[in-house]
Structures are given as structure tokens and as C-alpha cells.
Design a binder for this molecule. Structure first.
Ligand SMILES: [Zn+2]
Length: 251
């Protein structure tokens, strides 16, 4: 017989930290504080959709460095957070419309070759440094979509952690850890109301998973029903789990 909750981990993340979403991010932080979360991973977007350069926004830079009643581990999260087909090369650009249909156009890293990925990682690191005064330890591809070039490129570029929708990866040696993720959708009516049923169901189904992730997006905080659902799922999964960052986990 195992001893129940011992050793089970919870990794909570807030996606899409960008000046575009600053009001929503503040709202999310109020929720985290009220729930008593201890650790939240924030995913930093350098230039959201090409129009919101984080490093050029003094108010956003100040917000990045604010004290919070919980610990924050910042990771880099794409560069534009939207696919620019002209960056992918001709062969890959041909499939752009198909990918757009599947990813909503958010699969920024999916079709990029290693050189294009490296350029975005370096530019992203500059913006990250300007806002946070440190280098990113981890990188999360927008929509968790990437190709086989990403992990070797991250390793060369000095990143240590990444993740997709099923697993977390330690980049240095390629080790990975099963860690399913609960996340809400709000883009369409069907997905929004589907999430309100699916997310609590997953929280029950995955109660014995050694590592569980909960990922939230700024738009979630515009929807009262989604927000209530998030709070209820977080309260449930916080019980009996130790909150963790990628660097705390044993791969
Ligand atoms: Zn994102």
C-alpha cells in the first residue's frame, strides 16, 4: 500500500505574461493570493502577436519585478506567440493554412528550423533579461507545439527545461517526466463549456498522478464561470500535493 499523498507534486503555471494582458494578469494574481498558492510558473512572451514589446513597456517591466506573496519561476514562452509563415521557409510555409486550422495560428515554433528557433530564443532572452534581470532557465513553446529541433537547440542555447502537453523535459540530458496538464479553453462557446465539465473530471481522474500540471491563460479570467471552475479545481488539486517548479522535480 502506498502512503497516499506523499511525494505528489503540483506545477501551476500562468501563460502569456505580456503587456497586452496586464490587467488580466493582475486579476489572476489576486486569485492566486486568495487561494494561498505557494509557487506559480509565469510564461513570458517578448512581443505578443508582434505588437506588445515587453522590454519597451516601463509599467510592465515594473510589474515583472514586483514582490508577490507566492514564489514565481519565469520561463520564456515563444517570441511573438503567433506563427509568422514567412519565417518558416518555403516548404513549411505551404502547410501554414493546415497548421493554422489545428493550432489557431499559435504554433509559433512548430515549423521553424533550428537556425530560426535559435534566433528567436536569443532575441527572447534579451527581452527577458531587460524585464527580469536574469536569464530564463526554461522555455515553453506556444500551444506546447514544437518539432525535433527544439530540445537540441535549447540545450545549445543554455536552457534547462521545457514541456509539451504530456511531459516535462530536462533539456540537459533529455530526461522527461509524465505530467498531464489541466487547462481551460475559452475561444469558442463549445470549448468553454466543455472545459467546465472536462477540467474537474480530469482533476478526479488524475488524482494519483505523481506530477500534475494546471495551466491558466489570461483570457480565462474574463469569464466568471471559467474562473469559478479554476478556483474549484485548484482547491481540489492543492490538497495533498506539494507545489513545485520544474527545477524541483526528480526526472
Ligand atoms: Zn501561450
Amino acid at each position: 500500500m502506498n502512503d497516499g499523498a506523499a511525494g505528489r507534486k503540483l506545477v501551476v503555471s500562468l501563460h502569456d505574461a505580456t503587456p497586452f494582458h496586464l490587467d488580466r494578469l493582475r486579476k489572476a494574481e489576486g486569485v492566486f493570493r486568495d487561494l494561498g498558492l505557494a509557487k506559480v510558473t509565469y510564461l513570458f512572451v517578448p512581443e505578443y502577436h508582434g505588437g506588445y514589446p515587453a522590454a519597451a513597456d516601463a509599467g510592465f517591466r515594473t510589474w515583472c519585478r514586483e514582490d508577490r506573496p507566492f514564489a514565481v519561476d519565469w520561463h520564456l514562452h515563444g517570441y511573438h506567440h503567433i506563427e509568422k509563415p514567412e519565417e518558416a521557409g518555403t516548404a513549411a510555409a505551404g502547410d501554414y493554412l493546415k497548421r493554422k486550422l489545428l493550432t489557431g495560428g499559435e504554433g509559433e515554433f512548430l515549423a521553424l528550423d533550428a537556425a530560426a528557433q535559435r534566433r528567436k530564443l536569443e532575441a527572447g532572452r534579451e527581452s527577458f533579461r531587460a524585464c527580469l534581470g536574469q536569464d530564463p532557465m526554461g522555455f515553453v513553446a506556444p500551444a506546447w507545439l514544437f518539432n525535433t529541433e527544439l530540445i537540441p537547440t535549447l540545450r545549445e542555447s543554455g536552457f534547462h527545461f521545457t514541456e509539451d502537453q504530456r511531459r516535462m523535459y530536462r533539456v540537459d540530458d533529455g530526461a522527461s517526466l509524465a505530467s498531464p496538464v489541466i487547462t481551460w479553453a475559452t475561444r469558442t462557446w463549445l470549448r468553454k463549456y466543455g472545459s467546465l465539465v472536462v477540467c474537474p473530471t480530469l482533476a478526479r481522474l488524475w488524482v494519483n498522478e505523481p506530477v500534475l500540471r494546471v495551466a491558466m491563460h489570461p483570457f480565462d479570467f474574463d469569464h466568471a464561470e471559467t474562473l469559478a471552475n479554476i478556483k474549484s479545481v485548484l482547491r481540489r488539486v492543492m490538497r495533498g500535493r506539494e507545489q513545485a517548479f520544474a527545477g524541483d522535480l526528480e526526472f
